[in-house]
Each structure stands twice: as C-alpha cells, then as structure tokens.
Design a protein around this ligand. Structure first.
Ligand code: DC
Length: 229
C-alpha cells in the first residue's frame, strides 16, 4: 500500500489526541492538522468582534463574516509543529485560553462554520500523508481514512491534564472550572445536531486513562506499520 495514508483521530477533549498525532506526524513524515485549533480560531475571531460573550452569540453576523476569516497553519521549526494563524496573525497562544474553550463548542454547532472548515480540511488532506485530529474526522471529513482512532479517558484525568497545561502557560485557572468545562464540552460536542462526536463504526477505541504516551504510541505505530507494509 502507498505509505501516504490518511489517519483520523477523534475523541473527547483533552484525551491527548494532538500529542499522539504530532508523534505520528514526526515518525512517518506526515502533515499534522489540529482541526480543534481551526474552531478555536473562529471562536477567537467572534470574541474579538464582539459576536460572542457570556449568554450571547450573534450567529447571523458571524455567518456573514465567515468570508473575512482566513485560517492557515505555519510550521514552527523550533516547536516542531504548525501554529495557527488567523488572518495572518499567530494566535496559537490566545486560542488555548479557558475563555476560548468556554465558547468554542457553541461556535462548533453552527453548520455554516462546520461547512467552511470541513471543506478546508478536506483540501489539506487530499494528497494523503496526513494525520488529522478532531471530533468528526473519521465520520465526516475523511470517512474513507485508512486508519481511524477514537481516544477516550475519564473526565477527571482529562481535566487534570488540561489544568497542568494551562498552569504551565501561566493561565490562572481553577481545577473545578476546567473539569466543568471538559464535561460541558463533552455534552455539547456529543449532542449537537450537525456532525456530533460519535465513534465511527470502523474506528479503534483507545481508553488512555491509565496508559502512558509511549505505550499508546507503540501500539498505534504497530497498527500503522501493518497498514503501510
Ligand atoms: O480539540 P479541541 O479541544 O481543541 O477542540 C475545540 C472544540 O472544537 C471542541 O470542543 C469541539 C470543536 N471541534 C469540532 O467540533 N470538530 C472538530 N473536528 C474539532 C473540534
């Protein structure tokens, strides 16, 4: 088989999808696309333009403004992965804040937003040799992906991981707020009408609550090697 395969990684928030995806991309020389970053960048745009705040979302204006939003990934050699740019501005740090996390699932329910991002994702992946993570990659974006992984872990473990990441970048957050956000995003992502988070029938499920990164990565690489060889 051609080794430029397509790998779809879906799952709940903070299940370590991006960590695994980056490792796969490095080892197999694939392009890595973090689709959550794209939804986060659209959310940041909505916040910057006062189209979303607590208890308010101007969906009509956001839909009208979608044509003004240009998203791109630019590879950062020092970090070893591509950073998210919104209208040519590096927003990699801003999109990771708890504030963006609090609004992003709402923005991701808007079908017009999904349509724009899904078509950009399909364009990025059409040459193959890609590993993409998100919520609907194996079900909607690449239903014919060669390998589909579905990552899960307990909400408590995920909130702990997220809390540690945010503290490390200097965000002053409480663990309870993070846990609430993780559970709330699970609920919105799994129950939305358009492309809800569900495991594709042909996906392999990975519960990594009690699994280290190396162990997971080794197992996943052996599956990839079986497909490629
Ligand atoms: O992977 P993440 O936590 O950065 O994703 C942020 C949000 O974006 C998540 O709560 C749901 C949404 N999302 C989505 O609906 N579809 C995707 N393919 C990726 C993310």
């Amino acid at each position: 088989m051609d080794d430029k395969i397509t790998i779809a990684i879906d799952g709940f928030s903070s299940t370590g999808k991006s960590t695994i995806a980056k490792l796969i991309a490095n080892k197999y020389n694939f392009i890595y696309v973090d689709t959550g970053a794209m939804y986060r960048a659209v959310t940041l745009f909505a916040m910057q333009n006062n189209l979303i705040s607590n208890g308010f979302m101007d969906q009509t204006s956001l839909i009208k403004s979608l044509k003004e939003i240009t998203l791109s990934f630019q590879f950062n050699m020092n970090l070893g992965f591509a950073e998210m740019f919104l209208n040519n501005v590096n927003v990699e740090k801003e999109i990771r804040t708890l504030e963006v996390s609090q609004f992003v699932s709402k923005i991701a329910t808007i079908s017009e937003v999904r349509k724009k991002l899904v078509s950009e994702q399909q364009e990025m992946g059409k040459q193959g040799g890609i590993v993409m993570d998100g919520r609907d990659i194996g079900t909607v974006v690449f239903p014919n992906a060669h390998l589909k992984l579905f990552m899960t872990a307990s909400a408590d473990k995920r909130a702990t991981r997220r809390y540690n990441e945010l503290i490390a970048i200097g965000d002053n957050v409480s663990f309870e707020d993070i846990l609430f956000n993780v559970q709330e995003r699970d609920r919105i992502d799994s129950t939305r009408e358009d492309s809800p988070l569900v495991m594709a029938d042909d996906a392999i499920e990975f519960d990594n609550s009690d699994m280290g990164i190396t162990e997971q990565f080794d197992e996943i690489c052996s599956v990839i090697d079986r497909i490629i060889l």
